[in-house]
Design a protein around this ligand. Sequence first.
Ligand SMILES: NC(=O)c1ccc[n+]([C@@H]2O[C@H](COP(=O)([O-])OP(=O)(O)OC[C@H]3O[C@@H](n4cnc5c(N)ncnc54)[C@H](OP(=O)(O)O)[C@@H]3O)[C@@H](O)[C@H]2O)c1
Length: 243
Amino acid sequence: MSAPLAGRIALVTGATSGIGRATAITLARAGAQVVATGRRAGELEQIVAEVGTCSGSIRAIAGDLDDPAFTTELVNEAGAIDILSNNAGTLSYAPLLDLTDEECEAMFRTNVMATLRLSRQVAAGMVKRGGGHIVMMTSLAAREVYRFGVIYAATKHALTAIASGMRIELQGQGVRVTEIRTGMVATHMRDRISHPEVLANVGARKYDPLTAQEVADVVLMTLTTPENTCLDLIEMRPRKAAT
Ligand SMILES: NC(=O)c1ccc[n+]([C@@H]2O[C@H](COP(=O)([O-])OP(=O)(O)OC[C@H]3O[C@@H](n4cnc5c(N)ncnc54)[C@H](OP(=O)(O)O)[C@@H]3O)[C@@H](O)[C@H]2O)c1
């Protein structure tokens, strides 16, 4: 079996669930030395066991990316990171007037501030070493704004600006930045939705969501293009979901 990422260190956030989990496993199987992070240590241990023996490896470091001290510790522990796959994120869907300030702040704290903090620290090391690849998992909500997802969309719009800005400032120093905007993926992200209008809206969709594995396969594709190629932006959605 080929190992296109052999010898590369990949830090994968959101690795306890959904897209991040599938990405951590996929990159390890492609030969990377994966450092997998998320708050739930038990879930991380499960993916270490699931990967087992493969061409790469997987190591778990559990913690909260909202905590700046943990972020610094994580970056120091991970080593010379070649790949950063940013997936950690949170979503509260409800009509704008029904969201609490705390729900709005929590989305900005994790989706924007935690991702920005980690990406800047990792990028600083990449610049010193002369290269690296950062993948930013945003959403189609980074371009469009949907009913009930206004603040989530605002956080993803902010991440798009950050990804674009990092590309402008860092590409000349060898850092590639790829933004992936995906449509609906079947993960645990919507498990906490309880607002009846939102549930009715989600239930009314007429297509099958993407799987986390389908998104992880696209992440691997972006990481294995020729060295001088940079996929800046990928938009993907389930078949039949075009509007
Ligand atoms: N699912 C979709 O339809 C969809 C569509 C477009 C974009 N996305 C984006 O894809 C990314 C992954 O989402 P998903 O669908 O895979 O959701 P998910 O299954 O809910 O996974 C979210 C991950 O983020 C981690 N996380 C959340 N807060 C954290 C914190 N403070 N510190 C560290 N880790 C934290 C969670 O781990 P712990 O709880 O263990 O900390 C979990 O591993 C998100 O950025 C999301 O916005 C998802």
